[in-house]
Design a protein around this ligand. Sequence first.
Ligand SMILES: *Cc1c(COP(=O)(O)O)cnc(C)c1O
Length: 401
Amino acid sequence: MNKDNKVENIIKSIIRISSPRDFSNSIYLHEPFFSETKAYEYIKDCLDSSWVSSSGKWVDRLEKEICVYTKSKFCVAVSNGTVALRLALHLVGVKPRDEVIIPPMSFVATANAVSHCGAIPHFVDIEEKTLGMCPLALEKRLNDIGERVKDNLINKNTKRRISAIMPVHIFGNPASIHEIKKVADKWGLPIIEDGAESLGSWRIVNGQKIHCGLFGEIGTISFNGNKIITTGGGGALITNNGEIAKIAKHLSTTAKVNHKWEFDHDEIGWNDRMPNLNASIGVAQMEDFERRLNAKRKLRNLYNNEFKKFNDIEIINEPDQCISNFWMITLRLCNKNIIEVKELREKILSKSHQKNLYLRPVWKLINHLPMYKNCPKGSITVAEDQSLRLINLPSSPQILL
Ligand SMILES: *Cc1c(COP(=O)(O)O)cnc(C)c1O
């Protein structure tokens, strides 16, 4: 097959799976979907009752739905996923000028949340199988640069305190979080799990299903428009720690002390709560969540079968002992020659956009963005290599619904 033919065939295959009904439509990676839900009815309830702002029964119901589904003891709904990360980092004690360990392959918000606390991202490499932070790379990096000084872990090179680890469950693939946790425990570091993309993703440990976000101190979720469930904009923290949940709620509600009429605030808080209006459409989609997850799993299998005929291309697999939500179904170019990979990737992306098939590569690595280029980092060769190989495919559940 010559190269242009190959690109044509790849795109044909993607369109065949992702656009079974109408080949003329624009196809995006992940789109919101409300038909066959009670979203319209629930929004009307908010408007009729005039409970549209940052408290109300739909916020309570969404938090409850998340707790029931994930088996988390507590959930605090906030205004977006970035805010959830910033609040979580603050809650585990990340202070200005600290360093927080994150993977270089993530959406920029992961690093921005660290910056919003006045702290500095410190990049540790990812692993090929999960695309998440590599526990071995983490262990090696901490051994290389970590030094215990009293109760703190200090980066010998920068003299700054390292105060948290924030792995990301990328595209809904659970990271090797149980292994990361072992390293974190050894060094006494808290874990915040950036689970913006992983509602519906689980890791099985000793036969037990544990939802992503419940391995560390706090997990976060995003309900942005492109995520698996959307509230327009929104996010949440999940935790099994009641004390953390209580403070999260307090600080996200302007640290207001409960009183019928007094305006009494005992700390500098934030106005971070999710509005009732937004929560109502989240509840409507949660009621339809299993059906969506099943559709996405089926879609992934269809892509997988379709791409078997290309010998140096694969659809990313569910890691062993993991249940993925398949938020993003990802194609990986496996050719050993990285120059050819780059060339093929560019061709697939530009050709697909000409056909209104809006494929996207993985994000540019965060350490290549101007504001993060001087941040400390270990060797990140896997992330550098993988970032050139990945293309996300249309993954909306409604393709099959
Ligand atoms: C979407 C996303 C965020 C941020 O969530 P917002 O709700 O958009 O603020 C953070 N991290 C990752 C990995 C994301 O995909």
